[in-house]
Design a protein around this ligand. Structure first.
Ligand SMILES: [Zn+2]
Length: 230
């Protein structure tokens, strides 16, 4: 992989791929970083059984994302297994195909100013998104760890984590994701019912931190029993 610094920018990328995307170095760095994130999340049990998917915006104009290819073990991702995808979820670099959920990544990066989107299937998000589905979401309040969410300064912050009904129709689900983002400005993530968590950030480290914070808080809710009375 090309992990070279700015001086070698664009010089080590294959000409054929540069023709399709001028973001060679940024793509390579994003893929390497996403692969590392995948290993860490897998070790935590958040993306078992090839579940989950990760993406990073490498260009806004035109919109281009580095994204996981579907069906891969997230514990052993290699940077060359990633794909570059355009604004219509067409693959413009790499072998394989993106998950059907790629459409949700596109809905998120269009709906909020996100540069990275991370999706996990943890036990905790699966449990809570089922038990709280009838309430439409989960309120997280009073926890010091909330301050790990971008822009949050106090444990008194009330974070609303919407729960959307799951679907296999990603066009329809993508529209509901867009609607949720419009109607709940300032949220840091949402849950798909009995499925998992989507969160994002202004960059990859921020999105990774949001996964860690939200997964931590969901585990606290379940383990403490607080979720039952929430
Ligand atoms: Zn999923």
């Amino acid at each position: 992989m090309n992990k070279s610094k700015s001086g070698a920018r664009r010089t080590n990328s294959a000409k054929a791929t540069l023709r399709k995307s001028p973001n060679g170095t940024r793509y390579s760095e994003a893929a390497a970083c996403l692969a590392e994130i995948g290993k860490g999340f897998h070790a935590r049990g958040w993306v078992l059984g090839t579940s989950g998917n990760f993406s990073a915006v490498i260009s806004r104009e035109p919109l281009r994302l580095a994204i996981t290819s579907t069906g891969l073990d997230k514990g052993s991702l290699a940077p060359d297994q990633f794909l570059e995808m355009d604004e219509a979820a067409n693959v413009v670099r790499g072998d394989g195909r993106p998950s059907a959920e790629a459409l949700l990544h596109l809905a998120i990066v269009r709906g909020v100013d996100a540069r990275a989107v991370l999706h996990t299937h943890s036990v905790w998000s699966t449990v809570l998104s089922g038990s709280h589905a009838s309430q439409g979401g989960i309120a997280l309040e009073g926890y010091e760890m909330l301050k790990g969410l971008e822009g949050v300064r106090t444990h008194k912050h009330r974070e609303w984590l919407p729960i959307l009904e799951n679907s296999q129709d990603m066009l329809e689900l993508g529209e509901r994701v867009s609607k949720t983002l419009r109607e709940s400005p300032g949220i840091h993530g949402f849950l798909l019912q009995e499925h998992g968590l989507y969160t994002w950030g202004g960059n990859l480290p921020e999105a990774k931190r949001h996964v860690e914070i939200l997964e931590f808080l969901m585990e606290v809710l379940v383990r403490s029993g607080a979720a039952q009375s929430a």
